[in-house]
Design a protein around this ligand. Structure first.
Ligand code: B4P
Length: 190
C-alpha cells in the first residue's frame, strides 16, 4: 500500500504511523523524523532545516522534495510506504504526483486525523516536558498551527476531490484512534 497521513501538528501522525507501518508491513517515512535525525547529526541538511523548524516554519520545498524522492527510491519502500507529514504544500503534492507517475505507481489513499486545536496545544506542551523539542513551545506551536491552516489544510480538499481521502477522529485514547485508522485503511483497500 502507498498511503499518506495528514493532520495538524500534534494530531498524532507519528504515533499512528508506527502502528500502521507494523500492521501493513510498510515503512513509515516521516519527514519530521528525517529532519530531526539530520539536526542531531549536525549535517548540512540539518543545519538548514533547524532554522525553519525552530521557528515553526516549513523547510523549503526544494530541500524536502529531493529528500523524499531519494527516500522512497530505497529498497524497503519498493513494496509500499506510508508518508508521515508529506506532502504539506501544493508544490509537494505536485512533486509527489510526479515521483509516483515516474515510477508508474499510484497512491492508495490519504488518512487525515481530525483533532481539536486547543487539545493538541496541551498534547504538544506535554511532549515538550518529555522530548524537549525546540518547536514545542506555546508560541511556536501556535505558529505551526497557523502555517498548517494556510498551507496544508487546503490539501485535504485536493485529496477529497480525488476520492482517496478518509477522515479519522484523532481524539481519544491512542489505541482507540489506531482501531479507527485501521478500519479506515481496510475501507480504502475494499
Ligand atoms: P512533524 O515531525 O511531522 O511533527 P508534528 O506535526 O508535531 O507531529 P505529529 O502529528 O507526528 O504528532 P505526534 O504523533 O508526535 O513535523 C515537525 C516539523 O518538521 C514541521 O513543523 C516542519 O518544520 C518540518 N517538516 C516536516 N515535514 C515537512 C514537510 N513535508 N515540508 C516542510 N517542512 C516539514 O503526537 C504529538 C504528541 O501527542 C506526542 O507526544 C504523542 O505522544 C501525543 N499523542 C498522540 N496521540 C495521542 C492521543 N490520542 N491522545 C493523547 N496524546 C496523544
Amino acid at each position: 500500500m502507498r498511503l499518506i497521513i495528514m493532520g495538524p501538528p500534534g494530531a498524532g501522525k507519528g504515533t499512528q504511523a508506527t502502528f500502521i507501518a507494523q500492521e501493513f508491513g510498510i515503512p513509515a517515512i516521516s519527514t519530521g523524523d528525517i529532519f530531526r535525525a539530520n539536526v542531531s547529526a549536525g549535517t548540512p541538511l540539518g543545519v538548514e532545516a533547524k532554522r525553519y523548524m525552530d521557528a515553526g516554519e516549513y523547510v523549503p520545498d526544494s530541500v524536502t522534495n529531493s529528500m523524499v524522492r531519494n527516500r522512497i527510491a530505497e529498497d524497503d519502500a519498493k513494496g509500499g510506504f506510508l508518508l508521515d507529514g508529506y506532502p504539506r504544500t501544493v508544490a509537494q503534492v505536485a512533486e509527489l504526483d510526479s515521483m509516483l507517475a515516474d515510477a508508474g505507481l499510484e497512491l492508495d489513499g490519504a488518512v487525515v486525523l481530525t483533532v481539536d486545536s486547543e487539545a493538541i496545544v496541551q498534547r504538544l506542551l506535554k511532549r515538550a516536558t518529555i522530548e524537549n523539542r525546540a518547536d514545542d513551545t506555546e508560541d511556536v506551536i501556535r505558529r505551526r498551527q497557523e502555517v498548517y491552516g494556510e498551507q496544508t489544510a487546503p490539501l485535504i480538499d485536493t485529496y477529497r476531490e480525488r476520492g482517496a481521502l478518509v477522515e479519522v477522529d484523532g481524539m481519544g485514547e491512542v489505541d482507540e484512534v489506531t482501531q479507527r485508522v485501521f478500519a479506515a485503511i481496510e475501507g480504502l483497500k475494499g
